[in-house]
Ligand binder design. Structure first.
Ligand SMILES: *Cc1c(COP(=O)(O)O)cnc(C)c1O
Ligand code: SF4
Length: 351
């Protein structure tokens, strides 16, 4: 077996036994269209004998990716429509995304930004200055969310500089870092990088993207512990994916594993309409059933909010199951509420 390295082409994936030789040509076409990178920590998790391995499904390119559907969108959540200048997406009044880089440690095959990630350009200095000016000049911006790309692929020096600039903006109270690095390249989460993630006087939250409990290896757990021990609260973001985490067993194991790592599950995202990802999407009913299965059967700490990012850019809305219904006409109106076993109970009418 060749020595561990980041695998960036179908030929390298073949050399590591992750792609059959006869599929390399077809996958070269996928790789020309969408970025490929599989770091050793994740490659090591793949069971080569399992054609439906949930780690491989997320990261090893598949010829299906060239089959775009008419309802799929190059910019599924409408970032462009809300981007006043390069590097900034400002959809909600009190918070902005700041995209420092388009590079990620691993390229997820279902990525909603797959048309833009992987381009080898960090935000140029002048553009970063303009983005920071934009934030400085708008007192309504309470939170800055570093995303990309993955902000934790940046050097500690570069990250420290950005955090210092954000720390100096009075009205910014919260900085959130969205990342997959703790599971993709846990060794990158060094003491120096963790120090660089802090912003003096601000609450820094770290949202970690994890979709399968096996991603939380001992090394990943140690990396996450380094962040938690440094005092930064951790949130979990997962994407609901067909053949990866769309069963109650895997979903509850994932949520429990996150909580055990001191990560509070925050969002379970319905998979976005990114081009060539139909084979990885489920229907919304599947997600609602999974949420029902979690409720009451796993600790309240294990409950994320199931959300849909509305195609076109209207924002995120919760789409989980409902437990409360109002029945009867005006005079006899009352509520019926369902418990976690599916039993229905009456609740008195409104006052
Ligand atoms: C998802 C998103 C956010 C963050 O939304 P929260 O509900 O606060 O997690 C902020 N801005 C944009 C543009 C987003 O797409
Ligand atoms: S880490 Fe996030 S931004 Fe990067 S490819 Fe995966 S989903 Fe997309």
């Amino acid at each position: 077996m060749p020595k561990p390295q980041i695998l960036r082409s179908p030929a390298q994936l073949r050399d590591h036994g992750l792609v059959p030789p006869e599929r390399v040509d077809a996958l070269d076409e996928v790789a020309r269209r969408y970025a490929v990178a599989l770091p050793p920590a994740l490659a090591a998790l793949i069971d080569r004998g399992d054609a439906r391995d949930p780690i491989a499904r997320q990261f090893v390119p598949d010829a299906c990716e060239l089959e775009a559907r008419p309802q799929e969108l190059a910019d599924p959540i409408g970032d462009d429509a809300h981007s006043p200048l390069p590097g900034i997406v400002h959809r909600y009044p009190d918070r902005v995304l700041l995209k420092l880089t388009q590079i990620c440690a691993v390229y997820c095959r279902f990525c909603f930004r797959r048309e833009t990630v992987g381009k080898p350009d960090a935000l140029p200095r002048a553009a970063l200055d303009a983005a920071l000016d934009y934030i400085r000049s708008r007192a309504g911006i309470w939170e800055v969310i570093l995303t990309g790309g993955d902000p934790l692929v940046l050097s500690a020096g570069r990250l420290r500089e950005v955090m210092k600039a954000l720390a100096a903006i009075d009205h910014v109270k919260v900085v959130r870092i969205h990342t997959r690095v703790p599971v993709a390249e846990p060794e990158r989460i060094s003491a120096e990088l963790v120090r660089a993630m802090k912003a003096k006087g601000k609450a820094v939250y770290v949202a970690v993207h994890v979709n399968h409990p096996r991603e939380l290896t001992a090394a990943a757990r140690a990396a996450i512990a380094r962040i938690a021990d440094a005092g930064m609260p951790l949130l979990g973001q997962s994407v609901l994916l067909a053949g990866v985490n769309d069963t109650p067993e895997v979903m509850s194991a994932l949520m429990r594993a996150l909580v055990e790592c001191r990560i509070k599950p925050y969002y379970l995202h319905h998979a976005d309409l990114a081009p060539g990802t139909a084979h990885l999407r489920t229907d919304i009913e599947t997600g609602q059933e999974l949420m029902r299965a979690l409720r009451g059967h796993a600790s309240g700490l294990c409950q994320p909010t199931y959300v849909l990012d509305i195609p076109g850019g209207a924002g995120k809305s919760p789409i989980g199951p409902h437990y409360l219904e109002r029945v009867g006409a005006n005079g006899s109106a009352r509520y019926v509420v369902e418990d976690f076993r599916g039993q229905r109970h009456h609740y008195p009418p409104p006052l």
